[in-house]
Design a protein around this ligand. Structure first.
Ligand SMILES: Cc1cc2nc3c(=O)[nH]c(=O)nc-3n(C[C@H](O)[C@H](O)[C@H](O)COP(=O)(O)O)c2cc1C
Length: 247
């Protein structure tokens, strides 16, 4: 196994950080690595907001359901899908009212671009000995976060990311068996149930060990609980208001 694969396969989310600061140079290295991700048609449809203001961090932390690491991590970034800059680029050449920005296709392009860049940043940070955790919790209050960060039309926050030196070693979460996610030629359903049940047992053992026997839920139970009630249903209306009403 080479060093890159070792790094990739040793990932664990970090939610507790030491006070050691992340330097400006490290931050710029991480963001430069993010920029070298592939980008659909070279559109680079993302922007990153580095939130340093303590009051803003406190407010965002509250909106994420009081996730303390959002307040305490040395670096907190908000990753945004950004079609606003493309509109400006269009406007340089032609009246941008003619631009098709809010299509479902462009929404996929922008959100995929954000994710690819962010994951490059995550790996770069981890290669420097830092830890990260993504924060989807910012979408609990997507409109409030958007207003706070003064995001223009045709942009949307997608997730946050805490970065800093780890002050914990929580252990890696087991992944689904490879056979469950890797299909050959066509989508296979034959042994799906078996694979899920196998993974349920793995996760049950893992959670029981991690919580000293206090919890022992399975992955399929977690997924059931996640999907049982609708969440963040305000997002559609927010996207429409931002001109991202995926037609
Ligand atoms: C888009 C995205 C949003 C996430 N949001 C949160 C979050 O709001 N809070 C949190 O503590 N972890 C969050 N996570 C981290 C996941 O819970 C974590 O990646 C997953 O449980 C697997 O654990 P691991 O990263 O330690 O392997 C998020 C991950 C992703 C990819």
């Amino acid at each position: 196994m080479n060093e890159t694969i070792k790094l990739l396969t040793s990932h664990q989310s970090i939610r507790k950080f030491t006070n050691q600061p992340v330097t400006q140079e490290q931050l710029e290295t991480i963001v430069t690595a993010a920029q070298w991700a592939s980008s659909s048609s070279h559109v680079q449809a993302y922007s990153i907001i580095h939130v340093t203001d303590e009051a803003m961090r406190g407010q965002i932390s509250e909106w994420t359901g009081n996730q303390l690491h959002v307040l305490n991590s040395p670096v907190f970034l908000v990753w945004c899908a950004d079609l606003h800059r493309l509109r400006t680029a269009y406007e340089i050449n032609e009246n941008a009212d003619k631009a098709y920005l809010g299509s479902a296709e462009n929404w996929i392009v922008a959100t995929v671009d954000v994710a690819l860049a962010a994951q490059n940043a995550a790996i770069a940070a981890e290669s420097l000995g830092l830890g990260i955790v993504y924060i989807g919790g910012i979408r609990n209050h997507i409109e409030d976060v958007s207003k706070l960060l003064r995001l223009p039309k045709y942009t949307s926050p997608i997730f946050g990311m805490c970065i800093g030196y780890p002050d914990q070693d929580p252990g890696q979460k087991p992944r689904l068996p490879l056979q469950a996610i890797l299909h050959h030629n066509t989508y296979q359903t034959d042994d799906m149930l078996e694979q899920i049940l196998k993974y349920d047992q793995t996760m049950k053992d893992y959670i029981s060990k991690r919580t000293n026997g206090k919890r022992s839920g399975t992955w399929s139970e977690d997924m059931k609980n996640k999907l049982k009630t609708p969440t963040r249903m305000q997002i559609k209306a927010y996207l429409e208001a931002q001109g991202l009403d995926v037609q």
